[in-house]
Design a protein around this ligand. Structure first.
Ligand code: PLP
Length: 357
């Protein structure tokens, strides 16, 4: 009923170019209206056939490893920002000639790499009180991501000389934010870093911005940044969103291989597996949107499962609008950010292919 798999073999991810262009246009408009620089975070989406399209529209890319740097270079990224929780000396040294800015994550790493010839900043944990799921909340007191802002300011005020090389600050503290968190973050910066700001050339305001959401408050965004830039016109502002760049731009297509009737429920076995293609379902307990299903109860209730040997390879239970049949295509919607990058070959299953349409 949902159509047999067409000529392309499932499982595969498909990206709709028109939707990507729509998102990039929005991001571009924000860059121009707010006089900011948006860097695509490569770990969220790294398809080499598409990155040149993203690269042509945005100010650059944000990377965390030599492999991602290579990908960004091949995509002609205009500017590359590098950050990782910790660097091996030999690996970092090799990357330095190809990056524009670097954020270090701790005071130990700051001391160790102080003399490297690149514009350097420190990642700070601003410890904002925001309602963010724990697994991706870098503001926690226990977070290893960034120097605790109180510690940084204490040391800075006591011994400024060790920060003569400091040109930037990096705050990745938000999650799917529609300007409420950004407003708090900018207030935090203006309130606490008065003595540090005059020496800075850039601030990276991280990812976690819902820029391409239809309800994103563009006017408030522009206002917040205008206010900040009026006070600090010499500081370049970078953002490094991931999710929002490819949000809503593509789906994951699978096929029903069998339908097993158990005592409790009918289980549709698909040509995929959580551990292979859908790790976010396991890691962040994400429930996936499936085409032709609804919240309202229907007689066509199925559990969708993967094809691995783990009993727990269960994707979710859904009410379909019509009965499922072997050979039907099951479409998981809005699957571009992160999921694809995390694929494995667990159970000898092949990674899913990718198509641009
Ligand atoms: C340091 C850093 N910057 C940017 C991002 C992108 O965040 P998002 O995909 O929420 O925009 C991440 C995501 O984990 C990150 O760790």
């Amino acid at each position: 009923m949902f159509g047999m798999s067409n000529t392309i073999q499932t499982p595969y991810f498909v990206m709709y170019e028109k939707k990507l262009i729509h998102n990039l246009k929005k991001l571009n408009e924000l860059e121009e209206k707010a006089n900011i620089h948006i860097l695509h975070t490569v770990k969220s989406f790294n398809q080499d056939t598409v990155l040149p399209i993203i690269s042509a529209k945005l100010s650059g890319m944000s990377v965390t490893s030599p492999k991602e740097l290579d990908i960004a270079k091949k995509a002609n990224a205009k500017k590359v920002h590098l950050y990782a929780p910790a660097f091996k000396e030999e690996v970092l040294k090799e990357m330095i000639p190809n990056i524009s800015t670097l954020s270090l994550n701790s005071l130990t790493q700051w001391q160790k790499f102080l003399s490297l010839p690149v514009s350097k900043g420190l990642r700070i944990n601003p410890k904002l009180s925001l309602a963010i799921p724990t697994h991706c909340n870098p503001n926690l007191n226990s977070s290893r991501l960034g120097v605790d802002f109180v510690d940084f300011l204490d040391i800075y005020h006591d011994n400024k000389s060790q920060f003569e090389e400091l040109e930037g600050l990096h705050f990745h503290a938000l999650f799917q934010d529609k300007t409420e968190g950004l407003s708090l973050l900018l207030e935090h910066i203006v309130k606490y870093y008065q003595k540090v700001l005059p020496q800075l050339k850039w601030i990276n305001l991280g990812g976690g911005h819902n820029f391409t959401d239809a309800n994103y408050d563009v006017n408030n965004f522009v206002k917040l940044l205008d206010n900040f830039q009026t006070k600090y016109p010499n500081i370049k502002l970078y953002f490094e969103p991931g999710e929002t760049v490819t949000k809503g731009c593509g789906d994951f297509m699978t096929t029903v291989l069998d339908i097993v009737v158990t005592e409790d429920i009918e289980v549709a076995i698909l040509d995929t597996s959580i551990e292979t293609h859908l790790l976010d379902v396991a890691i962040v307990n994400q429930s996936l949107q499936v085409k032709n299903t609804q919240k309202k109860v229907t007689p066509y209730f199925y559990e969708l499962s993967g094809n691995s040997c783990l009993q727990g390879d269960l994707i979710g239970k859904y009410y379909f609008t019509e009965p499922l049949q072997i050979g039907d295509t099951i479409v998981f919607e809005d699957m571009m950010p992160y999921t694809m990058v995390k694929m494995t070959e667990f159970n000898g299953m092949e990674k899913a292919r990718f198509y641009l349409q």
